[in-house]
Design a protein around this ligand. Structure first.
Ligand SMILES: CCCCCCC/C=C/C(=O)SCCNC(=O)CCNC(=O)[C@H](O)C(C)(C)COP(=O)(O)OP(=O)(O)OC[C@H]1O[C@@H](n2cnc3c(N)ncnc32)[C@H](O)[C@@H]1OP(=O)(O)O
Ligand SMILES: Cc1cc2nc3c(=O)[nH]c(=O)nc-3n(C[C@H](O)[C@H](O)[C@H](O)COP(=O)(O)OP(=O)(O)OC[C@H]3O[C@@H](n4cnc5c(N)ncnc54)[C@H](O)[C@@H]3O)c2cc1C
Length: 614
């Protein structure tokens, strides 16, 4: 049924985008957009393709879709789709103390030369060398390079350029291009993350991605309708990463929960499955609930991304700030939680979790950089905080906010309680999800208010805006975190109304309740301080969580089976669908390269000569 609706959804999105293109009078790109829109995730379109090529499909093609004109789509999209052009996305400069997080500070320049109608690209300093782009080192023959655009003697800020890096026949780097691999990393050993230095590299004028901003042949510059459109691809990838968090956490939970039913370990006879231990359930079931929550949030992000980019294509930029704030905050919120969650799953498998046979080390090593790439998480949380604070000020000034931050409108009516102990708690019934959503909402509002007050106090001490912001950054990140948590609980709760089957509804409701209550216990201080809950209610919540663990236990395996990972995708001996773990573990160990011979060559080389000397 899911596959059916997914096909229908992508079909409708394709029609929707097709209509947008036709309405806006574009004659080309239709096939390209259909092709890409119908492909929800690159690896599922090209199964079995290598990671560098997934990066090419995941980063290079969306950039084209976001920033290329129809003519540029004609030139680049199909060759890229057919892997004639293999691209990377080089936004970064060398990671120095000057921070490549700070995109506006990028030093690479693209200077327009009207006499030849070319841009001349340069990385003038050691710190301007592009560093990290995936597949840049050895695989790519093209890159989308972000550089400061200079024309008619003026700098117009960051713009994107397609730069050919290597000869199409010989794959040798072109003159002026110094490109290579950056060396071994924590994971992703199969990806050639690269460096790129540009020395007077000339590219045709038509290689600047000109969907929004333009440089005319004589060098005159036409501004984009919004400067923020340069960042469009980031919003897209960050939204995708939210879904990727759900996917990775779901995989880790599947392995840990399945293995926990295979593993027996106790003095009690007959030995119980380790999943019957309350502590094991407490480690894994909240994560299972989180995997479901993030799956729904990922679906939501995909929907609003498509809706709002549709509006943007029509020239309506109203919702771009909200989309940016949501995608940045949720990217950070979901990746941080998933990152630590995968590690909990690994440890919950005991010693075998450390073995690559579990697949958990690989899942972790591949997932953990999501906390850093596409915008470092703390920096992303601060971007969300910037939007929250702006909205807060607007609400204070009497403006009616719409969208997900509309709860800040209520700040004025709702007394931020000075004496929480005497106040009436917001949560009346801890089993009522709508009560809990309200509670999370008020916690977010309270923390936004606290962060705003902190900045205000700093400013009153005559600090500069920047210092006031930095001295309040912990509060700002907490406010963003609370905002994101509210969004997740709200979306999970709303999703329940879409479930028709009563039995499934009951189980998923328990998951949603566990997610909400467990989150409260993790940040109990916030809820108590704000007077949203009382101490007796906190105790009640702890008891209710234990009941929920028992209620979820019989369905735990079915709930991970529902993620529907094929053994070939999961690649985990511990997480096998048939539960036949131990025989296969033995098999797996036998296939270790060290077991290729009974006596290892090191014996003949080193130990034997040593023994003969004795
Ligand atoms: C699952 C797919 C796997 C793919 C593999 C991925 C491989 C990895 C790839 C990469 O890592 S690519 C490199 C990624 N690099 C970054 O993401 C850099 C992060 N830095 C930034 O995004 C920005 O520099 C910044 C930190 C957001 C800058 O913030 P700042 O406020 O200083 O800057 P301005 O640039 O002046 O912004 C002003 C204005 O614009 C708004 N804004 C910022 N970003 C966006 C955006 N993406 N969309 C819309 N709007 C944006 C910002 O909020 C400000 O708005 P106002 O408050 O002034 O209205
Ligand atoms: C596996 C991997 C793949 C990548 N692929 C690509 C790619 O394909 N293309 C590409 O262009 N790049 C890529 N990158 C680079 C990536 O985008 C950057 O590493 C990332 O944006 C973070 O920037 P940074 O390294 O400069 O970290 P920094 O910004 O130096 O962060 C270091 C620390 O400083 C803190 N910090 C920085 N700024 C602030 C601030 N304003 N306020 C508070 N704290 C701050 C951060 O929170 C963090 O704790 C990749 C990175 C990795 C690890």
């Amino acid at each position: 049924i899911d596959v059916f609706w997914s096909i229908i959804w992508h079909f409708l999105m394709a029609i929707h985008n097709l209509c947008l293109l036709l309405l806006s009078g574009l004659s080309t790109s239709v096939f390209a957009l259909l092709l890409y829109t119908c492909a929800p995730w690159p690896s599922s379109v090209h199964p079995g393709r290598s990671e560098p090529l997934d990066l090419h499909l995941g980063m290079f093609l969306p950039t084209l879709l976001n920033q290329a004109t129809p003519e540029q789509m004609d030139r680049f999209f199909m060759p890229a789709w057919n892997l004639e052009i293999i691209g990377t996305y080089a936004r970064l400069r060398w990671a120095t103390v000057k921070l490549c997080t700070h995109l506006r500070g990028l030093e690479t320049t693209a200077t327009y030369d009207p006499s030849t109608q070319e841009f001349v690209l340069n990385s003038p300093t050691i710190t301007s060398i592009k560093w990290w782009p995936g597949a840049l080192g050895k695989t790519s023959n093209h890159a989308v390079v972000l550089a400061q655009l200079y024309t008619q003697g003026k700098c117009h800020g960051l713009h994107a350029f397609i730069v050919q890096l290597r000869d199409m026949d010989t794959h040798i780097p072109l003159p002026g291009i110094d490109v290579g691999d950056i060396g071994p990393k924590f994971g992703f050993s199969e990806v050639d993350n690269g460096f790129l230095k540009l020395d007077n590299v000339r590219i045709p004028r038509e290689n600047m991605l000109m969907k929004y901003a333009k440089v005319e042949p004589d060098g005159s510059y036409l501004k984009p309708p919004s400067a923020k459109l340069t960042y469009g691809t980031m919003v897209f990838i960050r939204s995708l990463i939210v879904g990727q968090s759900a996917f990775s956490l779901a995989k880790a939970c599947t392995i840990a929960i399945r293995y926990s039913t295979v593993r027996h370990q106790s003095e009690i006879q007959p030995e119980p499955q380790i999943l019957d231990y309350q502590t094991q359930q407490y480690k894994l079931f909240p994560l299972l609930a989180t995997a479901y929550a993030f799956t729904f949030v990922g679906q939501y992000m995909s929907q609003i991304y498509h809706r709002i980019t549709g509006d943007i294509n029509q020239g309506d930029f109203n919702e771009l700030p909200e989309l940016h704030a949501l995608s940045a905050g949720l990217k950070a919120f979901t990746t941080w939680t998933t990152n630590s969650g995968i590690e909990v799953c690994r440890m919950s498998c005991g010693g075998h979790g450390y073995s690559c046979s579990s697949a958990l080390p690989d899942i972790y090593a591949e997932f953990t950089p999501t906390c850093t790439y596409e915008g470092e998480n703390t920096v992303m949380m601060l971007q969300t905080a910037r939007y929250l604070l702006k909205s807060y000020k607007q609400a204070k000034a009497g403006q009616q906010l719409s969208g997900i931050v509309s709860y800040l409108n209520e700040m004025e009516q709702r007394q931020v309680q000075a004496h929480p102990a005497s106040a009436r708690p917001t949560v009346v019934d801890i089993n009522d999800l709508s009560n809990l959503v309200e509670c999370y909402k008020q916690r977010a509002a309270t923390l936004v208010d606290l962060a705003a007050r902190s900045i205000q106090q700093e400013l009153q001490k005559r600090r500069s805006q920047e210092d006031a912001w930095n001295n309040s950054a912990i509060d700002l990140v907490r406010a963003s975190d609370a905002h994101c948590h509210f969004v997740v609980v709200k979306l999970f709760t709303e999703k329940l109304s879409e479930i028709g089957d009563t039995a499934i509804h009951a189980v998923v409701s328990n998951l949603a309740l566990l997610y909400a209550l467990h989150g409260i216990t993790q940040s109990s201080g916030d809820f108590l301080q704000a007077g949203l809950l009382t101490v007796p209610q906190m105790l009640q919540i702890s008891v209710r969580i234990k009941e929920l663990l028992c209620q979820l236990r019989p369905n735990a395996v079915a709930l991970v089976d529902a993620f529907d990972f094929h053994d070939k995708k999961l690649k985990s001996v511990l997480g096998r669908y048939d539960g036949n773990v131990y025989e296969n573990l033995f098999d797996w160990a036998r296939r270790s390269p060290l077991n290729a011979t009974e006596v290892h060559e090191s014996f003949h080389k080193y130990l034997k000569p040593l023994r003969s000397k004795l």
